[in-house]
Ligand binder design. Structure first.
Ligand SMILES: NC(=O)C1=CN([C@@H]2O[C@H](COP(=O)(O)OP(=O)(O)OC[C@H]3O[C@@H](n4cnc5c(N)ncnc54)[C@H](O)[C@@H]3O)[C@@H](O)[C@H]2O)C=CC1
Ligand SMILES: O=C(CO)COP(=O)(O)O
Length: 379
């Protein structure tokens, strides 16, 4: 069979957005057996993907599969797509969905958000923006999240992720499509927890970057990561998430990856702030999306409305605003009152460590014994 004929029989999927994560996810899907059409905003990038099988600006040194093509025309990207993946900066999603609406209206293809931000103006998660703008059934929407630094996955380093949808059927269908020998997907139905895990770990990664830039060491960072997980859990649970989700891949898993890696743009942005650059300078220097910077204000607004304390995120905001010196961030790991504070480790309860351990154990077991059916990221 010719290559063109071979490609014609593969299931077709579309990826909207050809930045570092969209392109990496396209490679995951293509390596998992799909024909992938990327939508790139710039026609010259679509040409590079088609002709050189490269996206040199975002993924230097990575060869893309032959079954991955690209176009700058949305209608062409969506033609015949059985699943549609969305990967553009969160603040630009809504405007792009307007153009997409008529193209996905007549189909029942699952719509999968790969994004990790909340909309600044409305405080909405990306799945909510999709539901609103495309006026579609939430059961058709899924989100993907987890410790997923794009360049590592593009280099085919083994990684796990979670696919979440209120519909188990949709989560399973997406998880089956989005997997291959180096990318393993688990499933859950806690969309709120899965999405907020990805959003909130970005904010903690900015804090980690800040103290790294200042020159503080591992104790400070471990303290922020641990207390950060408490903040993430309290916030997400108040929004309706299951606490276990925050201990899974989309919470703790992503928090570890993002806080540890110099590949993280949020971590990098924080480091520049810690080194003394102003917020404006940092934005100028970043040529890729650091979602955390735009999510701080809407997350704090939601936290205030829900009565949740987020001392670390509050301090990140003050550093961004220029009202707190980066080196002052660490002494304020908890609130400043005189009363000694209990160390809550899980949703207001001391002693959540047992649940955390059981959850980690389950994840490891699932990884080890992973079979044909997508496994749950929690039970
Ligand atoms: N890069 C990573 O390792 C990961 C990123 N993500 C999430 O994926 C989402 C996309 O991020 P990346 O691909 O990393 O960002 P990126 O900065 O690498 O690429 C963004 C893409 O969106 C395009 N774009 C920018 N403004 C646009 C607009 N107004 N309209 C349409 N397209 C526009 C850019 O041309 C580029 O192709 C973010 O929400 C991020 O948090 C999630 C997991 C991993
Ligand atoms: O979400 C990510 C890893 O899971 C990528 O993090 P950054 O957006 O900070 O690069």
């Amino acid at each position: 069979m010719s290559r063109r004929a071979e490609s014609a029989v593969l299931p077709r999927v579309a990826v909207i957005g050809a930045g570092s994560w969209g392109t990496t996810f396209g490679k995951i899907l293509a390596d998992g057996g799909a024909h992938v059409t990327m939508w790139a905003r710039r026609p010259e990038l679509a040409t590079e993907i088609n002709e050189a099988k490269r996206n040199s600006g975002y993924l230097p040194g990575i060869n893309l599969p032959r079954s991955m093509t690209a176009t700058a025309r949305l209608s062409e990207a969506l033609d015949g797509a059985e699943q549609v993946y969305l990967s553009i900066p969160s603040q630009a999603l809504r405007e792009n969905l307007t153009a997409l609406r008529s193209l996905v209206e007549g189909t029942d293809a699952p719509l999968v958000s790969l994004m990790k931000g909340v909309e600044k103006r409305t405080g909405l998660r990306m799945s909510q923006v999709i539901e609103q703008e495309l006026a579609c059934d939430p059961a058709r929407i899924a989100v993907a999240s987890g410790p997923n630094l794009a360049l590592e996955i593009a280099r085919e380093q083994p990684t796990a992720a979670v696919i979440s949808s209120v519909s188990q059927e949709t989560a399973d269908a997406v998880a089956r499509r989005a997997r291959n020998s180096y990318f393993r997907t688990f499933v859950n139905t806690d969309v709120i927890g899965t999405e907020f895990g990805g959003v909130l770990k970005n904010l903690i990664a900015v804090a980690i970057g800040i103290v790294d830039g200042v020159g503080y060491g591992e104790n400070t960072k471990a303290s922020i990561i641990t207390r950060g997980l408490v903040e993430m859990t309290d916030f997400a649970v108040a929004q309706g998430a299951h606490p276990e989700t925050l201990q899974g891949l989309a919470g703790l898993g992503d928090l570890i990856a993002t806080c540890q890696s110099p590949l993280s743009r949020n971590n990098t942005a924080g480091r520049l702030l810690g080194q003394g650059y102003s917020f404006q300078d940092v934005v100028k220097q970043m040529n890729q999306t650091a979602e955390g910077l735009a999510s701080v204000a809407p997350v704090l607004q939601l936290a205030r409305e829900a009565g949740v304390e987020m001392p670390i995120v509050e301090q990140v905001k003050r550093v961004l605003d220029g009202t707190m010196k980066p080196r002052d961030i660490a002494p304020h790991l908890t609130t400043d009152d005189d009363t000694p504070k209990g160390e809550r480790t899980q949703n207001g309860q001391a002693g959540g460590g047992g649940a955390l351990w059981r959850s980690l154990q389950r994840t490891l077991d699932q990884f080890r014994h992973g079979g044909g059916r997508p496994s749950r990221d929690q039970s």
